[in-house]
Design a binder for this molecule. Structure first.
Ligand SMILES: Nc1nc2c(c(=O)[nH]1)N[C@H]1C(S)=C(S)[C@@H](COP(=O)(O)OP(=O)(O)OC[C@H]3O[C@@H](n4cnc5c(=O)[nH]c(N)nc54)[C@H](O)[C@@H]3O)O[C@H]1N2
Ligand SMILES: Nc1nc2c(c(=O)[nH]1)N[C@H]1C(S)=C(S)[C@@H](COP(=O)(O)OP(=O)(O)OC[C@H]3O[C@@H](n4cnc5c(=O)[nH]c(N)nc54)[C@H](O)[C@@H]3O)O[C@H]1N2
Ligand code: SF4
Ligand SMILES: [Mo]
Length: 676
């Protein structure tokens, strides 16, 4: 008999959707949207629906595997865990706990997933990856400017008179914002999209601005300049609630609008129109993550924040500069879950430089590498280097559901459960502030175990088992303990399936900012405290730009973007969708014309780090210098575009610089032979 149960999407995504999952004979049949959820309202995307297939697929890893003489051999859990624990113990007594490294990301948004930190803290420490491939520069920027990164509640868009979507491909990545944009458009609210790619979100816009990649900060300063020249700024807000405005004024005065036009490829007329947009608000700005994945990314976001502040759009209904919504994750009692006081020694490698650090640290080498909730061989930049670094590590343990590129190079692969085979609380610190409950719905396939079970069994063997002598329920209660005073308990969550967190719908409406001065800071005092020489906003160029690297750009003239795929969360779907198994190289019509390239041609794109072959699809109307290859492709289907991207770090926040990347392109003769 079929049964429909409420569950939740675990994927790293803006939307944190609520599901109805149909179960029959202990098997997941279908995943659909839950109409009762106030934000996600019954609509989900293909990635969510595919979670049924992710659970049922015959490609799942069903048993622990060990690589012996280059071949995978199935072994018992007991053997796998005994051997891994013994190796960890040996390494710890010889070198200390930092000889064990944990490379992880956030592929699953479950609260209990943070228990990996409890495990390593109780182990005594580790080499930990810090910073973010995803949004580090922008989070640091907003933290400097506002003291935190908070978003307006989704429905507050109803109060906007102008909407600017700045570097967020909502149609592909944030479907419930897209639905709201469509609604607002119908109501006649003007929508502006600023993005070098003319994608589905751009098509919806009333005004589309094809900014030169990495130059959004300059554009924002241009708009500020016009606002100040015309006297359209919110003087009351600036005088009473901000710090450092004079520095911003000086920066604006230091550059001519003509220069901004030339550098950004945006005309004066458009810049003036954008100033009007910010003047005739409330104007809500939805920042994406695209324009901060550059060397100058932090300053870019600071300049856009500054524009929202100068134009009086902070702390008002229908306004805001919405990026992350950290208030969500900050609501939980993570201290009690992760026990940070237990760690004795820790070494930090940034996510961006994890490969370089492994290769560089010869005196205290990484002896054991754990990879969980991530697929770094595909997702971390400069993947040839990542491969080289990881292959130099004596023991690699991967916990995953599938034989990914990262799993392929491991010594042990431990099979883990999918969302429907385990219980957890799901949330995203991105778009809305509801948390969802997900029950265990079906038995694990094969011998798969949850991450929590795996950490618990290893902890037992390593002598700190008692720290894991709690049930999943008890751990969830621990995490929710900070919310009990607001009436949020596990019992209530289980009953209602989703609950609204006590998070403000219109952040900063009291004009009390979490910065050292308590004001909005155009010049950041936190920056000074963190040891930066001054906290002023800088007007900088991307790293791989004609201004910074003229010789390099002569050799590799085209901007390579590597945006997120529509039908996959990063690398998670390609093996399950047959027509996603090639590399598609999207080339602007201008480049294609210059190079005599036609749609369907086989091409190679290359730079100083690597090369990648793929089939051309011509794109139009965006910035003329852009080539895009969606990130996430598997080695066996042609390979990850990260063979080309730079491992560098953003100006602030230890963020990535994936899109700060130049390539050249050449047409190949003959048909594309796939790597198998
Ligand atoms: N379908 C799908 N949805 C996803 C994900 C996925 O993998 N697939 N991943 C999830 C995750 S982890 C994240 S972080 C979010 C990301 O959500 P988004 O920020 O919406 O997505 P990105 O693909 O990172 O691309 C950002 C956009 O930035 C644009 N861009 C690139 N460079 C610049 C620039 O210099 N200036 C401007 N203005 N725009 C620029 C790109 O053209 C693209 O449209 O999406 C989440 N949702
Ligand atoms: N070129 C380029 N590269 C990028 C980006 C880009 O825009 N361009 N975007 C970056 C961004 S924003 C992000 S967030 C990162 C994402 O990087 P990752 O998080 O490494 O990417 P995923 O492909 O989602 O890989 C997650 C892996 O975790 C596994 N997994 C899923 N659920 C679980 C679980 O519960 N437990 C365990 N142990 N494993 C699980 C999946 O099977 C999958 O193999 O990629 C970054 N890489
Ligand atoms: S991937 Fe995002 S949009 Fe799709 S179902 Fe999951 S949370 Fe919703
Ligand atoms: Mo991300």
């Amino acid at each position: 008999m079929e049964e429909k149960v409420v569950s939740a999407c675990p994927l790293n995504c803006w939307d944190a959707c609520s599901f109805h999952v149909t179960i029959e004979n202990q098997t997941v049949k279908r995943v659909e949207g839950n109409h009762d959820h106030p934000i996600t309202k019954g609509k989900i995307c293909g990635r969510g629906r595919l979670l049924a297939e992710r659970t049922n697929s015959s490609q799942r890893i069903l048993h622990p595997l060990k690589k012996i003489n280059g071949e995978w051999v199935q072994i018992e859990w007991e053997q796998a865990l005994d051997e891994i624990a013994m190796r960890m113990g040996e390494v710890k007594s010889k070198y200390g706990p930092t000889a064990v490294m944990h490379s992880h990301d956030y592929s699953n948004n479950g609260l209990l997933k943070s228990l990996d930190q409890r495990f390593f803290n109780c182990f005594g420490g580790l080499t930990e990856v810090v910073g973010s491939l995803c949004w580090g520069a922008g989070i640091a920027a907003q933290t400097w400017d506002f003291g935190n990164s908070y978003s307006h509640a989704p429905d507050d868009i109803e109060n906007s008179k102008q909407i600017v979507v700045w570097g967020r491909n909502a149609a592909h990545t944030n479907m419930h914002l897209f639905t709201r944009l469509q609604k607002m458009k119908k109501k006649g609210i003007p929508i502006t999209v600023i993005d070098p790619m003319f994608h589905t979100t751009a098509k919806l816009a009333d005004r589309y601005v094809a900014v030169r990649p990495g130059m959004d900060g300059w554009l924002a300063l241009g708009i500020v300049k016009v606002i100040l020249e015309k006297g359209w700024q919110d003087t009351y807000f600036i005088e009473n609630f901000t710090h450092g405005f004079k520095d911003l004024e000086k920066l604006a005065a230091s550059i001519k609008l003509e220069e901004i036009e030339v550098k950004t490829d945006v005309s004066r007329e458009t810049i003036v129109q954008l100033a009007h947009t910010y003047r005739s608000g409330p104007t809500s700005t939805f920042l994406g993550l695209g324009m901060q994945r550059y060397k100058n990314g932090g300053n870019t976001i600071r300049l856009i924040d500054a524009l929202a502040a100068v134009s009086g759009n902070i702390g008002i209904p229908g306004g805001g500069c919405s990026y992350g919504n950290l208030a969500v994750g900050q609501s939980f009692n993570k201290q009690e879950l992760t026990l940070p006081h237990k760690r004795r020694e820790v070494r930090h490698f940034t996510r961006m430089f994890q490969a370089e650090e492994i290769l560089r640290n010869k005196e205290l080498p990484v002896e054991v590498l754990f990879i969980t909730r991530s697929n770094p061989l595909t997702q971390v930049p400069d993947s040839n280097r990542v491969r080289q670094a990881f292959e130099s590590v004596p023991t690699i343990v991967v916990v995953d559901q599938y034989m990914t590129d990262s799993a392929e190079i491991a010594d042990y692969v431990l099979p883990c459960t999918t969302v429907f085979e385990e219980e957890d609380i799901y949330y995203a610190s991105m778009y809305h502030h509801y948390i969802n409950y997900g029950k265990k719905l079906v038995p694990p396939k094969g011998e798969a175990k949850s991450d929590l079970e795996i950490w618990s069994m290893l902890a037992e063997r390593l002598g700190f088992g008692e720290e894991f002598h709690y049930t999943a329920e008890e751990f969830m209660e621990m995490g929710l303990s900070s919310l009990n005073k607001h009436g949020i308990t596990l019992e209530k969550l289980k009953q209602e399936k989703f609950l609204e967190l006590p998070v403000e719908s219109v952040p900063w409406s009291d004009r009390k900012f979490q910065t050292p001065s308590g004001k909005y800071e155009f010049t950041s005092l936190s920056a000074l405290q963190e040891g930066f020489t001054d906290g002023r906003i800088k007007l900088a160029f991307p790293e791989e730009s004609a201004e910074n690297e003229p010789e390099l750009v002569k050799k590799y003239p085209y901007q390579l973007l590597t945006i997120h795929p529509l039908r996959s969360n990063h690398s998670q779907s390609h093996h399950l969708i047959s027509n996603m198994q090639t590399v598609v190289v999207q080339v602007s019509d201008v480049i294609a014309k210059n190079k005599g390239i036609l749609s369907g041609d086989e091409v190679e794109i290359f730079n100083q780090r690597g090369s990648l072959k793929g089939e051309v699809k011509i794109i139009k109307n965006g910035h003329p210098n852009v080539i895009n290859v969606d990130e996430g492709q598997w080695h066996k289907f042609g390979g990850s575009v990260n063979v080309l991207t730079p491992s560098s770090e953003s100006d602030i926040g230890q963020g990535s610089t994936f899109y700060d990347c130049k390539v050249d392109i050449q047409k190949l003769n003959g048909s594309l032979s796939r790597v198998t």
